[in-house]
Each structure stands twice: as structure tokens, then as C-alpha cells.
Design a protein around this ligand. Structure first.
Ligand code: BGC
Length: 249
């Protein structure tokens, strides 16, 4: 079955039709820049542009970088307060003319990674963390998602953890791999002390460069492995979430 997946991020909005049985794109993905300041109406227009580009009329899965319950955005740390309590699922559905399923971006990436990536068949408590503009989390017990965990926002040294551990933080502060790995390591130690996961998967674009920083993480006792699907995971997970109930296997 093919479903369109759309991944909304702080800098880009990306979409592609996905073969949800294989976890693969069936056409080249389209990436459009996130409108300045990410106003909801403009973001909805961009989502609609992606839907129209693929001539899509069937179900669409859309990720959002914040907590989403029942199609309503509850937090938006990096996209602005205009989103809070907004019925974004309905907004995107109206703008694009397609039925929309909306979910948190890290949850989507985690589900894709647990199904088609390095998390496949991994039992126990598995934590996927996405290191991008923010830090997203997706928590699994025996492969089943606990939605909307927000572990990027625990406080470390008086600051929101994502301000020290995200890939964006590394870039804006111009930290080298060692300096960033020190902060990321401290964050992972804190998270493992709270959850005792059996595995930590690190995703986001920076996971392509895992060999530069994973070996530098100190004192983390949980096995830490890079994600396999990198930036495609959000689109694939979005599409998986939108499989009509009758089509689920
Ligand atoms: C948000 C999460 C999101 C993460 C990655 C955080 O700031 O609170 O909901 O998953 O960024 O985009």
C-alpha cells in the first residue's frame, strides 16, 4: 500500500509517497523550505503544495515537531505559540483536500526505525532520540510506542536539554564533536538513569555522522546505536500512521 508521508521540520517540509509494506519511497521526495516564522496558514499551504505535487488524493500522514493529541497540537517548542491548541489535522486536511493523520515527528521516526531500521525486532524498553532542531523522543516497550514523550525538555544545568544536546545547538554554538559529545553524553546518562532502557537509538540527520561522536560519549552504560533511516524516518513513519484501519496488518 502507498501512502503520502509529510514531515514538518523547523527548516524544511518534506514529503514522499511511501510503500508502507517495504518502508521505501516510491518517488523522489520533495523538500520545500518551512515558511519564515512557520505561521500555521502558510505551513498548511506548503503541506498542500506537497500533496498537489504528487497529485495525491488518498490518506496523508503528517508529522509535527510538538505534542499532538487527537489531531490538536499541544506544544510547539520550535515553531511558535500560534500552534498551541490548534486543530492542525483539520487545518491540513482542509488546505490539501486529503484525509490527514497527524502525529509527533519523533514518534513517527521511531515507529519507522522500529519497523524497518535498526530497532526491528528489538524487545524491551527502547528509546529513540532524534537530534535535529530540537531533541525528540520515542519510547517503545516490546515494539509498542508510548506516544508523546518529551524527553528533549528535561532540565540539565538549568537549561532545556535540547539546547545542549540537539544538532542545532552544536551548529549555533560552533561546538566541535568533542564538546558536543560531552553535553550529549551528560544528557544520555540522565535519561538512562530515569528509564533504564535496553537500547538507545540516535536519529536525525546527524546520525549519518555517528562515527564522529558516538565513540566520544563517556559513561553511558546503555548500548547507543545510530538510526538507519536518517532523515527519511519521519516521512516513512508519517505514512505508516495514516494507513487506514482496515488496511493495517
Ligand atoms: C519537541 C518535540 C519534537 C522535537 C523534535 C522538541 O522541541 O518538543 O515534540 O519531537 O523537538 O522535533
Amino acid at each position: 500500500m502507498e501512502i503520502l508521508g509529510v514531515d514538518i521540520g523547523g527548516s524544511g517540509i518534506k514529503g514522499a509517497p511511501v510503500d508502507v509494506d517495504k518502508g521505501e519511497f516510491t518517488r523522489d521526495r520533495l523538500r520545500l523550505p518551512t515558511p519564515d516564522g512557520a505561521p500555521p496558514q502558510e505551513v498548511a499551504r506548503t503541506v498542500a503544495e506537497i500533496v498537489a505535487h504528487f497529485g495525491w488524493t488518498g490518506p496523508v500522514g503528517v508529522t509535527f515537531p510538538g505534542v499532538v493529541t487527537d489531531g490538536v497540537v499541544r506544544t510547539a517548542a520550535n515553531l511558535g505559540d500560534a500552534w498551541i491548541d490548534l486543530a492542525a489535522r483539520d487545518l491540513f486536511a482542509e488546505a490539501s483536500g486529503a484525509p490527514v493523520t497527524l502525529l509527533n515527528d519523533a514518534d513517527a521516526a521511531g515507529v519507522a526505525e522500529m519497523t524497518f531500521g535498526v530497532g526491528r525486532g528489538r524487545p524491551g524498553t527502547v528509546l529513540m532520540l532524534t537530534l535535529g532542531t530540537g531533541v525528540g523522543s520515542a519510547l517503545f516497550l516490546d515494539g509498542r510506542l508510548v506516544p508523546n514523550t518529551e524527553l528533549g525538555h528535561i532540565e540539565i544545568r538549568g537549561k532545556d536539554a535540547e539546547r545542549r544536546a540537539s544538532a542545532h545547538a552544536r551548529e549555533v554554538h560552533d561546538w566541535g564533536w568533542h564538546d558536543w559529545a560531552k553535553r550529549l553524553g551528560e544528557y544520555l546518562r540522565r535519561v538512562e538513569d530515569l528509564l533504564y532502557p535496553s537500547l538507545i537509538i540516535l536519529g536525525g540527520g546527524v546520525s549519518r555522522k555517528a562515527d564522529r561522536f558516538v565513540p566520544l560519549l563517556e559513561g553511558v552504560r546503555t548500548p547507543v546505536i545510530p538510526a538507519e533511516l536518517h532523515n527519511d524516518a519521519g516521512i516513512i513513519g508519517a505514512a505508516m500512521a495514516a494507513v487506514p484501519a482496515a488496511g493495517r496488518t
